[in-house]
Design a protein around this ligand. Structure first.
Ligand SMILES: NC(=O)c1ccc[n+]([C@@H]2O[C@H](COP(=O)([O-])OP(=O)(O)OC[C@H]3O[C@@H](n4cnc5c(N)ncnc54)[C@H](O)[C@@H]3O)[C@@H](O)[C@H]2O)c1
Length: 395
């Protein structure tokens, strides 16, 4: 099967490599020509895909990256995996999805199955993709990606895959494609159900994280450990699911996807009150962290050196999108501290480079494997947002 994957980021490259490993001939299309050159040179930008793994598929020609849109034509399957961020007003920005659909409309003259894996609100496949591609009869399906970067237990193969098609023929073709590298396919009755399921999953996480973030503040004010309470509650064998507090939420999904649901809810006249409140609580966590750090440092951090440790949004990945570490650093600086950050995985970010792990104060936002615990604990005051260091204050 010849397959094109539009967008070679976290999701697109992962799918491209999985399909190549299972006998497909894959073209990885991306507008970023520097990324394409790196990929063709065997340089992966994703933790879960090693350079040697990628090079193997390039060498046997089962995978090629390109920025040439003429290569979009002539495939049985075209997968769209492009960014779906929020605009400045926190509304859905579908410009990348539109640009991918427009490229397909211009360049693809032979009929194909077009699958959207990008996360978006229900109706995107039908109204924002299929409706823009005229002149050729394609098959259309939605199969939202559920990948959790850095998760070694659950990957593309063993995470059940949702498929909703515009027609039975689209569903059948999508099942054939994904069935070649996914263990379990779950067919739902429409693309809208598949699209909504994905954003509801992430809304569930966002709301529950906000709940434990708020609870952590209540528990601290009561003089008890929120984490100990959550662990105790989690001993109940039914009816409870454990979520952990932290410095906020980050990444391309949890802080973003619920706002896609809120957007369509607003359009149909239903106020998405949980999403609004969860956003407020999670976005306010960096301010709460900084307030606690100031209190724990004797009432002021003015003039003190503070090192923020771990600036990516989650452990063992280098992704800094929407990371709460950004607001933590900015607020520490606003309060007069001299702030550096330390993260070996990230290296450079916001025009600054990772600094040595030392300071009057250390704020652990994200804990990667291999953290230099001795260096962290040598800092005068340590505040732990990860709940992984016994005996120190934190969230
Ligand atoms: N990263 C995750 O953990 C994750 C998990 C599940 C779902 N998703 C969803 O998958 C989608 C993609 O996310 P990602 O993390 O892979 O994004 P990403 O930013 O890592 O990669 C997207 C790539 O698409 C390219 N691109 C943009 N417009 C293009 C176009 N018109 N044609 C070709 N290439 C184009 C960009 O250059 C970039 O390389 C989003 O909707 C996201 O919400 C992401």
């Amino acid at each position: 099967m010849r397959v094109v994957v539009v967008g070679q980021g976290y999701v697109g490259l992962t799918i491209a490599v999985d399909a190549a490993a299972n006998g497909c001939t894959v073209i990885g299309f991306d507008l970023n020509s520097e990324l394409v050159a790196n990929l063709n040179a065997g340089k992966s930008h994703i933790e879960g895909i090693s350079n040697s793994h990628l090079s193997q598929f390039i060498a046997n020609q089962s995978y090629t990256a390109t920025s040439d849109p003429s290569l979009l034509d002539g495939s049985e399957v075209i997968v769209i995996a492009v960014p779906t961020p929020l605009d400045g007003d926190r509304n859905p920005d579908l410009s990348y999805v539109h640009s991918a659909a427009d490229l397909i409309a211009h360049h693809v003259k032979s009929s194909a199955l077009i699958v959207n894996e990008s996360t978006s609100y229900p109706g995107t496949l039908r109204k924002e993709i299929a409706a823009r591609i005229t002149g050729v009869e394609h098959l259309y399906a939605s199969s939202p990606e559920r990948v959790d970067p850095g998760n070694t237990q659950w990957g593309t193969k063993n995470t059940p895959r949702l498929i909703g098609g515009l027609t039975p023929a689209a569903v059948a073709k999508a099942k054939e494609f994904y069935g070649s590298f996914c263990d379990e396919i779950i067919e739902v009755s429409s693309p809208e159900v598949a699209e909504a399921a994905k954003i509801f999953e992430n809304t569930f996480r966002q709301v529950n994280i906000a709940l434990v973030n708020e609870f952590a503040q209540i528990a601290d004010a009561l003089g008890i450990s929120g984490r100990e309470v959550i662990s105790a509650a989690a001993t109940k064998p039914y009816g409870f699911m454990e979520f952990k507090p932290g410095a906020g939420v980050g990444g391309h999904c949890i802080p973003v996807d619920p706002s896609y649901l809120a957007h369509v809810a607003n359009e149909v006249g239903v106020p998405a009150t949980f999403i609004k409140r969860a956003n407020e609580v999670n976005l306010a966590m960096p301010a709460y962290v900084v307030q606690r750090v100031i209190a724990g440092s004797g009432g002021s951090i003015a003039g003190k050196s503070v090192v923020v440790v771990g600036v990516s949004y989650k452990a063992n990945v280098a992704d800094t999108r929407e990371t709460p570490a950004a607001a933590v650093i900015d607020l520490l600086r606003e309060n007069g501290a001299t702030v550096t950050w330390h993260d070996d995985l990230v290296g450079s970010w916001r025009g600054e480079a990772t600094a040595p792990l030392k300071g009057d104060v250390a704020v652990l936002v994200t804990r990667h494997d291999g953290l230099d615990l001795a260096a962290l604990q040598a800092c005068g005051y340590v505040f732990d947002c990860t709940g992984t260091i016994a005996g120190v204050e934190g969230v």
